[in-house]
Ligand binder design. Structure first.
Ligand SMILES: Nc1ncnc2c1ncn2[C@@H]1O[C@H](COP(=O)(O)OP(=O)(O)OP(=O)(O)O)[C@@H](O)[C@H]1O
Ligand SMILES: [Mg+2]
Length: 258
C-alpha cells in the first residue's frame, strides 16, 4: 500500500486581512493525499491559491479549519523540515553560490566546513562546478534554479515543494531542466509537489495533476496522467495526452474569461 507523505484533511483557509474571493475562502474543505515518491503538479489560474497551499504546508500560514499531516504528523511549523523553493526571492544576492547552497545545513547546525564539503560533492551533478564563488547575479536563469533546487534537496526532507521553478526560463532551457528534474526525482526518490501554469509541463512531469479552481466554489480536482515512465517529450503528442491537455486548458480558460 502506498504511504501518505502529505495529507490535507478538509482544510479551509483565508488570509487574516479577509481575503475572501466572491465571499468564499481561498481554500474550502480541501482534501487530498500525496504518496511517497509521487510527482504531483498543481495548476490553476493566477490567484487561485496555489502558492497558498505551499505556505500552509510549510506552516507559514495555519488552516482556519482542518488538518495537515506531514509524514503522519499534524504540524505546527515545518519550515525547516520541508524542502521549499518559493516562487520568488530564491537566492540571497549578497551570498555566493556556495554560501546560498549551504544555508539549510547551517540552519540545521552543521559546521560550515562540513557543509561546504557536502555541497562540493554535489556541485558536478547540479551543473554548478566552478561557479561556487560566483554571486547569483552572475548566473544564468537555469543555473539559479539549480542552486535553489540543490538548496531544497539539502533540507534533507522527503518532500520538495517547487513553486513555478521554471516559469522564467526560455523553452529549450526549460525542457532541459524538466528532464534534469525528472532524473533527480528518479534518483533521489523524493516526493515532489510542483506548481506550474503550464499544462504541458504538468503533463510531462507528473503522476497526477491537481486543478485548483475558484469558480463557482473553491475546489480541487485531480487527473491521472496516462503516461508510463521513463518519458520522452514526444509522448506529449499521444492522443490520450492531447485530449487531456485540451480538457485541462479549457478548464483554465473558463476562469480567465470570467
Ligand atoms: N499574504 C497575503 N495576504 C493577503 N492575501 C494574500 C496573501 N498572499 C496571497 N494573497 C491572496 O490570496 C489569493 C491566492 O494567492 P496565491 O499566491 O496563493 O495564488 P497563486 O495561485 O499562487 O497565484 P499565481 O499563479 O499568480 O502565483 C490571491 O487573491 C492573493 O491576492
Ligand atoms: Mg503563486
Amino acid at each position: 500500500m502506498s504511504r501518505a507523505v502529505l495529507t490535507f484533511q478538509d482544510v479551509t483557509f483565508h488570509y487574516p486581512s479577509g481575503n475572501l474571493i466572491h465571499k468564499h475562502p481561498i481554500l474550502e474543505d480541501i482534501h487530498f493525499q500525496v504518496n511517497a515518491g509521487e510527482f504531483v503538479s498543481i495548476i490553476g489560474a493566477s490567484g487561485s491559491g496555489k502558492s497558498t497551499i505551499f505556505r500552509l504546508i510549510t506552516g507559514l500560514e495555519q488552516p482556519i479549519e482542518g488538518k495537515i499531516y506531514l509524514n503522519g504528523k499534524s504540524m505546527s511549523n515545518q519550515l525547516g523540515q520541508v524542502g521549499y523553493m518559493p516562487q520568488q526571492d530564491l537566492l540571497m544576492p549578497w551570498r555566493t553560490v556556495m554560501d546560498n547552497a549551504i544555508l539549510p545545513l547551517e540552519i540545521k547546525g552543521v559546521k560550515k566546513a562540513e557543509a561546504i564539503d557536502e555541497v562540493r560533492k554535489l556541485l558536478g551533478e547540479f551543473g554548478l562546478e566552478g561557479v561556487e564563488d560566483a554571486f547569483p547575479s552572475d548566473l544564468s536563469g537555469g543555473m539559479k534554479q539549480r542552486v535553489s533546487f540543490l538548496r531544497s534537496v539539502l533540507s534533507g526532507s522527503n518532500i520538495l515543494l517547487l513553486d513555478e521553478p521554471f516559469s522564467a526560463l526560455d523553452a529549450i532551457t526549460r525542457l532541459n531542466m524538466q528532464e534534469w528534474l525528472l532524473g533527480q526525482w528518479e534518483k533521489r526518490r523524493k516526493t515532489i509537489l510542483f506548481i506550474t501554469h503550464d499544462v504541458e509541463e504538468a503533463l510531462f512531469l507528473s503522476d497526477r495533476i491537481f486543478i485548483l479552481e475558484q469558480e463557482p466554489n473553491p475546489s480541487l480536482k485531480e487527473v491521472h496522467v496516462p503516461l508510463r515512465r521513463p518519458r520522452n517529450v514526444r509522448d506529449l503528442t499521444r492522443t490520450e495526452v492531447v485530449i487531456m491537455r485540451g480538457h485541462l486548458i479549457d478548464q483554465l480558460r473558463l476562469k480567465v474569461k470570467k
